[in-house]
Structures are given as C-alpha cells and as structure tokens.
Design a binder for this molecule. Sequence first.
Ligand SMILES: [Zn+2]
Length: 159
Amino acid sequence: MEKWVDMVSTHFSWYPWSMADRFSPAKRSKIMRSIRGKDTKVELLVRRFLFKKGLRYRTNDRRLAGSPDIVLPKYKSVIFINGCFWHGHQGCPLFVLPKTNAPFWSEKIEKNRARDEKNVSTLIAEGWRVFIVWECELKNRQRREATLEGLINEIWALD
Ligand SMILES: [Zn+2]
C-alpha cells in the first residue's frame, strides 16, 4: 500500500466508512459534530509550518464566519483546512460516499458545501482573503511542501 494510505488511516480514522455500522445517522451526525471542532493533525501541521515562518495567528476564531481554523490578522487572511470528505472535495479520490446510507451522506455533505460557500462569501465581503487547504494537498511530503510553500507565498504576496 502507498504510504499516504497509511497516513490517511492513521490521521483520518474518523471517516464514516471506518466507523462501525452500528451507529444510527443521528448518532453519527453527533459524532461528526464532536470531531469537527477539534484540532486535527493536518491543522497542526499547517500551524507549525506558519509559526516556523514567523507568522502569528489566532485559531478557530468564532467571531468570524465558519470559525476559520487559522486567522492571520496582520495579513487580513484566514485559512480553512478542509477534510476532503466532510467538505465534499469535488473530483478528489478521498471524497467517496459510503455505500451505506448514501443519500444521508450526500445530503449532509451538500449542506456542508453550501455552508462553506456562504462563509467564504461573508468573509470576502468583510475584506478577508480566504485560503482553503484540502487535506489531500497535504497527503505526502512532496505535495505537502509544495502546498505549504504556495500558501505562504500567497499570504506574503500582499504584504
Ligand atoms: Zn481532496
């Protein structure tokens, strides 16, 4: 198996298809909500990178639409680190609907996508620059480095 698959199973073991099917949709939904607010490994990875580059930030700022994972006031920028499944990353191999309860998941994820879009529009209207980093863009070292370098260059570009 490829290396990143190991990483996915370790870091993203909260994917619905890795959960036992004993949960009802309501229960799963509850589990999902409890997971959403936590600092994920990928979030920490991005934060550590930015910190090393000398950037200072706030995290999970609830005063802003969508409680962005990272807020860089000095650069008037916010960053969301999105799980490919929950946020419905189109065309991504990590976004595959589970066969069990497919309509439930499909509706759930459509709602998430709609909410994400609304949050992004609100933030842009408030003058924020919005960056979205997808989990799959951090999945192996080469891709991760390219993603993070690209991100910081974008952030610095308007300095
Ligand atoms: Zn993806």
